[in-house]
Design a protein around this ligand. Structure first.
Ligand code: PLP
Length: 393
């Protein structure tokens, strides 16, 4: 194939050349001085990424799911009550994981496309008179529906209810793309995976833990060995890992962080918001609708786009892949066949979004979904031009 493939699933995302080059290195001794320097360079910059001074970053080899499991295993004991909001496929997986791990799950199922409301969190925590709920599990960005959570609202709800539950946040498709202020928002454990905003291959779970989260782990009785973060934190202080680290991914992480900080986190977030809006303008021009029920819920990292009744969204994905070298995300769970997803996170710019919009437009038109060629592209172009003052896109 001439040219390049467009990987527009919501993770893994495109890996920038710089990160690829950084990983293309021979192994080093993970008990030697080079590794120590690498790790000691990474940990403070991870704090900067989570916008924390007091939080402790923890790295496990494993995907995001491993990080989610580690968060529960370290902070809770079997039988502990947790409040879980299920707003789509990934939050459902987290609720199921919690159940399987023997937690007592207060599960709040909302229609897919809805978001978590601070008022509801507050009401449930106030109703928990005995303060049995030990943790609130909230998803920062539900990747299956393209819905973002207003985390400061969730924090404010915990505060208003004067409830001591831990706030555990799945930010797997958020961190490095969406604002997340660990200290300011009183997050106790935040979790991400390497293959999204960090622009790396999959395989690294990155967590940040508050002092309160660390204290909880001293009494938490959930069985754990590999995921015991106390061993990890203790060894990290000496510049070591308790077992063999995924060294190549750490080389890549070093360069990924360089790129994020060179651009500046605020600019990274603004870029994601701008690109997402360009795509949303195109969706509007196609007269299609997002799965996200309201504009303020719509994610800046992934858009789940519904198709008109009678059309099969999977055909869009197949044709985009076979004819246009564009990989789109499928609808997950009940959204399969009813929606397709476009990832717009990580290393991405406006011209790439235009290419994707142009390709989707051709696919929709080929499948007789009534869109006028060029409408979506023009809508996105106009939006990007209107934001020219923001600087290069
Ligand atoms: N949570 C969210 C929000 C996700 O987007 C994903 C993956 O896409 C996961 C959890 C699962 O992460 P992983 O596939 O890296 O284990």
């Amino acid at each position: 194939m001439a040219g390049r493939d467009f990987l527009q699933i919501p993770g893994p995302t495109n890996i920038p050349e710089r990160v690829l080059r950084a990983m293309d290195r021979a192994m080093i001794d993970h008990r030697g001085p080079k590794f120590r320097d690498l790790l000691r360079g990474l940990l403070p910059r991870l704090q900067k990424l989570f916008v924390t001074e007091r939080g402790t970053p923890v790295l496990f080899s494993g995907t995001g799911t491993a990080g989610l499991e580690a968060a529960l295993a370290n902070t809770l004991s079997p039988g502990d009550r947790v409040l879980v909001y299920v707003i789509g496929y990934f939050s459902q997986v987290y609720a199921r994981m919690a159940e399987k791990m023997g937690l007592d799950v207060e599960r709040v199922d909302l229609p897919w496309g809805e978001g978590i409301s601070g008022e509801d969190v507050e009401a449930r925590l106030k109703a928990d008179k005995g303060q049995r709920i030990k943790a609130v599990l909230a998803i920062h960005n539900e990747t299956s529906t393209g819905v973002m959570t207003d985390l400061p609202q969730v924090r404010a709800a915990l505060d208003r209810a004067k409830h001591p539950a831990l706030l555990v946040v799945d930010s797997i498709s958020g961190l490095g793309c969406l604002d997340l202020r660990f200290d300011e928002w009183g997050v106790d454990v935040a979790i991400t995976g390497s293959q999204k905003g960090l622009m790396l291959p999959p395989g690294l779970a990155v967590l940040c833990v508050s002092d309160k989260g660390l204290r909880a782990s001293q009494t938490a009785k959930m069985p754990r060995y590999y995921f015991d973060w106390s061993a990890m934190i203790e060894q990290n202080r000496k510049g070591l890992f308790p077992y063999t680290p995924a060294t190549s991914l750490l080389f890549g992480l070093d360069e990924g962080l360089n790129m994020l900080f060179e651009e500046g986190l605020d600019r990274v977030f603004a870029r994601h918001a701008r690109l997402a809006e360009g795509l949303r303008r195109a969706v509007q021009a196609w007269k299609l609708s997002l799965v996200a029920k309201r504009r303020e819920l719509a994610s800046d990292t992934v858009s789940a786009i519904g198709v008109p009744q009678g059309f099969d969204a999977d055909k869009i994905i197949d044709l985009a892949a076979s004819h246009f070298h564009v990989a789109l995300g499928s609808g997950l769970g009940p959204l399969q066949g009813r929606a397709f997803r476009v990832g717009h996170l990580g290393a991405l710019n406006a011209v790439e979004v235009l290419a994707i919009v142009g390709a989707v437009e051709m696919v929709l038109s080929s499948l007789n979904i009534p869109v006028e060629l060029g409408r979506g592209v023009a809508a996105a172009q106009s939006w990007f031009l209107s934001r020219n003052g923001d600087g290069p896109v």
